[in-house]
Structure formats: structure tokens, C-alpha cells
Design a binder for this molecule. Sequence first.
Ligand SMILES: Cc1cc2nc3c(=O)[nH]c(=O)nc-3n(C[C@H](O)[C@H](O)[C@H](O)COP(=O)(O)OP(=O)(O)OC[C@H]3O[C@@H](n4cnc5c(N)ncnc54)[C@H](O)[C@@H]3O)c2cc1C
Ligand code: FES
Length: 346
Amino acid sequence: MSHAAVHKVLLQPIGLEMDVEEGETVLDAAFRQGIALMHGCKEGQCGSCKSRLIDGDIELLKYSTFALPDYESETGHVLLCRTHVFSDCAVELLNFDEDLLAHAIAVKSFAGRIKGIKALTGDIRLLEINLDAPLKFWAGQYVDLTLPGHGITRAFSMANRPDGGTALQFIIKSYPNGAFSGLLDGQLQAGEPVIAKGPYGSCFRRENRKGPMLLVGGGSGMSPLWSILSDHIASGEQRPVRFFYGARTKADLFYLDELAAIAAKLQDFEFIPALSAAPDSDHWQGETGFIHDVVARRLRAEALSGSLDAYACGPVPMIDALLPVLQMSNVEPEHIHFDKFTPATR
Ligand SMILES: Cc1cc2nc3c(=O)[nH]c(=O)nc-3n(C[C@H](O)[C@H](O)[C@H](O)COP(=O)(O)OP(=O)(O)OC[C@H]3O[C@@H](n4cnc5c(N)ncnc54)[C@H](O)[C@@H]3O)c2cc1C
Ligand code: FES
């Protein structure tokens, strides 16, 4: 029986050494061994895992030059989710988060079945699954969901809070031609097998923070934010919460009754929906335009005191437009947590 060659990879500046097998990426090796390095998409699309190769023989799988432009690859930068090693190596982590390392949960696969699917709006679905065993995760994290019957895997963020149970919920935007989401309207039935592999993601709720919490999302970006908000409520912590949510029209808003009930329960909570394409017939009185502009306006108008935490999830252009707004609003970079819902590579 032949075994894959194993190499040592030294992670600096934390001084941690780990094994990486030939045939697996450095990031996957870390997940397997319960070492949580900074990451987002795991597919060479987002740039969150960018690091600098100090020494060693490596090869990069295909990636997007948005994540790693040529001038960076020419200066020894690599994406750990795309890096295979062929010798012992040393790597400098450009982004690392002590909190993330301390919260690592080893990634595993869990078998389960679809419990049900329901429509929340014209194109947003709630997918519920039951696993055979509980999957431990932090509020805001995601799994890779595989439909073995259809040979398709996509990343989806849990919408429920981690409660130690085997039931998971996901808020999913349905694309008519989507290989996964397109199956949610009639093709997938209760009882169909699924595999959830995880947990992944660095945009999870940080506990025991005192200052205001900003939640910013658009579309199915609600999914991890709903988990974070539910987990915050269950924790009993009290801090100001501002939840900014971008949608096109009134018909694209959902969970409004639940949000009103939350506002009644928390001491200082405001849900701020903003519509970007409301027709006159919506008679919309609330915020309009893009969510990053609304966040900028509101943060200028309301001086929230204390050190802010921000959690942002949703489409890539939304996050890209929001990050500079948060930085200019004095949210410290280490307190900005986000997940870009990058499209899957084909
Ligand atoms: C970390 C992470 C977390 C995620 N969490 C969620 C989540 O909680 N809920 C959720 O709904 N999605 C989430 N996604 C996105 C999800 O993984 C899929 O990419 C998405 O559901 C589309 O997959 P699909 O197979 O249906 O479409 P595909 O077959 O991959 O794409 C088909 C067509 O759909 C359109 N499309 C697909 N994705 C996008 C996009 N992102 N933006 C614009 N157009 C697109 C394009 O026209 C594309 O050609 C997440 C992604 C990442 C990386
Ligand atoms: S580019 Fe590596 S995690 Fe997104």
C-alpha cells in the first residue's frame, strides 16, 4: 500500500508546525488537524488565506487574480487554500486571528437528510436538515453541503444558533439555473440524503464584547447573521445592536414579525432595512439605496459609543463597498468579520 508523502509546514509568526500530505492543500491540512487559519471561500476566490512563502517547494492550484494579483504572486505570496507542498516549508501568515485559532473545531463530515424546504420570499428559501450526529459550530459559521444524489457541493451558512442539536437551518437564495439552489423548488424532497462537512468560516460571533454590534447583510446574507443574532439573544449579553439589511423591494423582506419580537426583547436593538429598487406601490417610508451608504449615513448621524464589532455577510460587491465604510467609521480591522458569498468555481 502506498502512502502520500508528508511534509512539515512551519506557520510564522505563531511558530506552529503541522503536517501536510502531498495531495491536500495547506488549508485543508490545517482544518483536518483542528488548526483554524484565516479563510473565507476555500476556493481561491476571496484572498482571506493570503500568506507569504518564506521557504520551500510548492505549487498553486488555479485561483482568481482578484484574490491574488500577479504582483503579489511574483513577490512570493500564496493562497493557502490553493497551495500544495512538495518539501518542508515555512510560511508567514499575513492575517491571523488569535480568537479564531483558539476557537478551532476540527472539520468533519456528517451524514444527514433533508427535513423540509419552505419559501421565505419569491427567491429566498429555508432549507432544514437533520444530521445523524450533532455538528459543533460557532454562530456565523458555514458548512459545505453535498447532495450525493446530484453530485453537487456548495457552501451554506447555518441560520440557526448552535444549540448542540442535530437540526440545521440554511437561508438560501434560489438562482433558477443554480446547480444547487435551483433544486430547492420542487426537485429536492424530504428524506433525501445530504452530507455536511464543517464547520468552516471566521465570521462567527465573538463573545463578551461590550461595545455596539453592527450586523450588515443583503439577501441570503441573512443566514449567518440570523444565527449570530439568535446566539447573542441566547447569551443574555446586552449591548446596542444595529442590524442593516439590504433588499430590492418590500416583497424581498422576511422575518419582520420575528425582528419586531426581538426589538421588544433587547434593550437597544434596531433593524434597519434598506430597499434599492422599491416601486411606488411599495409606499416605502424607510431607508433607500445601497446598504453601505445607509450604514455610512446612520453611523454619521448616530454616534455609537464604545468599540464597535461588525459582522457582514452577503454578495461580494456589497462587502467590497462596505469595508471602507466600516474602516472610515473607526471600526478596528480586527473587529470587522465578514463572509463574502463568492460564487462556486466550476
Ligand atoms: C463562505 C460562503 C458562505 C455562503 N453562504 C451562503 C448562504 O448562507 N446562503 C446562500 O444562499 N448562499 C451562500 N453562499 C453561496 C453558495 O455557496 C452558492 O454559491 C450559491 O448558492 C449558488 O450556487 P448554485 O449551485 O445554486 O449556483 P451555480 O450553479 O454555482 O451558479 C449558477 C448561476 O447562478 C448565479 N449565481 C450563483 N452564485 C452567485 C452569486 N454569489 N452572485 C451572483 N450570481 C450568482 C450565476 O448566474 C451563476 O452563473 C455562500 C458562499 C460562501 C463562499
Ligand atoms: S482565497 Fe483562500 S480562502 Fe478564499
